[in-house]
Design a protein around this ligand. Sequence first.
Ligand SMILES: Nc1nc2c(ncn2[C@@H]2O[C@H](COP(=O)(O)OP(=O)(O)O)[C@@H](O)[C@H]2O)c(=O)[nH]1
Ligand SMILES: [Mg+2]
Length: 440
Amino acid sequence: MFDTLQDRFDGIFRRLRSRGRLSEADVDEVAREIRLALLEADANVRVVKPFITRLKARATGAEVAQSLGPAQQVIKIVHEELTTTLGGDVAKLTTPSRPPAVILLVGLQGAGKTTAAAKLARYLEGQGRTALLVAADLQRPAAVEQLRVLGDQAHVPVSSDGTDPVAVAEAGIREAERLGRTVVIVDTAGRLHVDGALMDELTRVAVAVSPTDTLLTLDAMTGQEAVAVASEFAAHVPLSGVVLTKLDGDARGGAALSVKEVTGLPIVFASVGEKLDDFEPFYPDRMASRILGMGDVLTLIEKAEAVFDADQAKAAEAKLRSGQFTLDDFLDQMRQMRKMGPLQSIVGMMPGVPKELRDAELDERELARVEAIICSMTPAERRDPSIINGSRRARIAKGSGTSSAAVNAMLKQFKMVQQMMRTMTGGGSKHRRRAARLGR
Ligand SMILES: Nc1nc2c(ncn2[C@@H]2O[C@H](COP(=O)(O)OP(=O)(O)O)[C@@H](O)[C@H]2O)c(=O)[nH]1
Ligand SMILES: [Mg+2]
């Protein structure tokens, strides 16, 4: 996600930090580099030009000249401008005066509508809503079945009653009212390209169900093409926002950077993987932080809060404080952490993680190996790893099917995690304070 920009900004800011005061020529050079970085990330020219104009105006102004840390100031300005470009404030779904809320999902074939429908249902259920999914894509033979399978996984009922998309959608709303569900999510058919028949069908469905929100699903991996598609859809169907999918496979970020500025539509949700839980509200400021390598501590904390068992976390914290955090606890924590999602995405959200580590292949098999090593230790060794000498190490290596070097590496890693856990469990409020200081 945004790897191209992250790399560029990393270099630009590193050079910038080595400077004292910034001359106008320095600012020009930084602006030029950032312009290239944005273009390379496939941002629309309509985004890049005003971005650079604003950046230059602010960076040559008193705001920076009078500050003691010009580099920090420039980074702060870039962060704010990036946040604005990505949409500024967090976009929220509309709350209807009377439930159920009706969310219509539209988009091209393969953009990720059906997947997003189930993910959104699951997300909203997590927010205390009760969802009903409606399969109104009657074009693709297997589309209804696909939504049924996903609905099952998300534990959300699926309705598909009728032979015409309008009838199915209407029946879905009635079903939701009957069941007392508070939100209806309608999945619709797509085409490979925007065409008249599709727009006609979507318009008829929209008129029939008067959606509280119509979200356009866009594939981030298609970059500027996604932005063009958004403009075409917007010309035919009233849209309220965008669900940006496959951000996990998009290294450049052109669609994310351009959609709001070009179409005026806010990105409401981001889909960041194939699993049902890989779905999150789109926070422009957090995304900007991620791009600038400041980490995304808030999302990380939220994910941790959603996954970690609160009592268990408290117990672990208490153990940490008293210096009793053992390898057994490590094993527990690690198993919980795995539930947060792919390691790579977790590491990407941590602030101050060196680029080398961010890029390192973090193998899930590595976790399995760590587990095997810990399981091959005696209780005494798990309580106090310092007793592990050469012969114990060899025994553990043999028992776990690894090597002495691997056992050593794991123990080193354990020490690192001990430190990390200390900041994470003890530092929730501290992180929030720091985030607030960063202007978020
Ligand atoms: N990696 C990744 N794949 C996704 C994401 N969202 C959807 N997909 C995949 O994209 C393909 C098309 O998704 P689908 O929901 O059927 O698209 P639809 O035709 O718009 O309904 C499927 O194989 C999904 O698993 C995402 O956020 N990340
Ligand atoms: Mg579909």
